[in-house]
Design a binder for this molecule. Structure first.
Ligand code: 9MG
Length: 261
């Protein structure tokens, strides 16, 4: 899954249309580099990021989603808002990536009314405050129980299991120790029987461990994502698709050889 952020700081050339065109070009490059899914988001979920209105988010993502879906790309919309989900699904998005796991009022209904896939991500707190004092009894079991609860809520709302993907939400209301425990025990989440998505690209845990700035975390991200694959992750949400594809090519060649012997 390639990350396509359509926030003002991502492609800004001063004009909305220009921003959308730049985002579309960028997304198509990610697809060429081997992304199976393009995750388009118009609101930053970084710790402390300012919230934007649904109207503004729709203005940012809709032209991008429409153009990509028209060209046959598989598009996911990264949003917490039911209004944005509905607009994006109408525009051709095939998946909703919700860091709130459809907890916003109306979100379950917005997705249940369509047949799109959904990624249910764990987050403790909200993006503004989530890193202030994350706390768990047992982070792996707590996240697993939360995801189980959201799977049950989806099924009760008429969203069947075949449509669901789960995600521990690295960096969302978690300390370094919480993130490491979740990565080490990611296979506990695969026990829930759904595909697991892992998103570690450029995250601060990589910076803490390597001392590197946001733009310099590529190698650390590749290592972390391969460790997630080793523990059963099926979808990787990344900025550098080409680098991740190369790493996976080596991974897959070795694994296939193992299977054949
Ligand atoms: C939007 N977003 C930012 N980080 C993410 C992650 O780790 N997983 C998912 N599903 N979405 C994310």
């Amino acid at each position: 899954m390639g990350i396509v952020n359509v926030t003002p700081d991502s492609f800004s050339d001063g004009g909305r249309l220009g921003d959308a065109q730049a985002a579309i070009r960028y997304a198509l490059k990610l697809q060429e580099a081997g992304a199976d899914i393009l995750d388009v988001g118009g609101e930053s979920t970084r710790p402390g990021a300012a919230a934007v209105s649904a109207d503004e988010e729709i203005r940012r993502v809709l032209p991008v989603i429409e153009a990509l879906a028209d060209q046959g790309c598989v598009v996911s919309v990264d949003t917490m808002k039911p209004e944005v989900m509905r607009a994006a699904l109408d525009a051709g998005a095939a998946m909703v990536n919700d860091v709130m796991a459809l907890r916003a009022p109306g979100a379950l209904e917005a997705v249940a009314a369509r047949d799109a896939a959904v990624c249910l991500m764990h987050m403790q707190g909200d993006p503004q405050h989530m890193q202030q004092a994350p706390s768990y009894t047992d982070v792996v079991q707590d996240v697993k129980q939360f995801l189980q609860g959201r799977m049950a809520a989806c099924e009760a709302a008429g969203i069947n299991r075949e449509r669901l993907v789960i995600d521990p939400g690295f960096g969302f209301g978690k300390t370094l120790e919480h993130n490491l425990a979740l990565l080490r025990h990611l296979d506990c989440l695969t026990e829930l029987g759904l595909p697991v998505l892992a998103g570690l690209s450029r995250k601060s845990m990589l910076g803490t461990l390597t001392g590197r700035g946001v733009e310099e975390r590529e190698f650390a991200g590749l290592a972390a994502h391969l460790m997630a694959v080793a523990r059963g992750a099926k979808i990787l949400r990344v900025h550098n698709v080409a680098a991740m594809r190369d790493a996976l090519a080596i991974w897959n060649a070795v694994e296939e050889q193992l299977d054949g012997t």
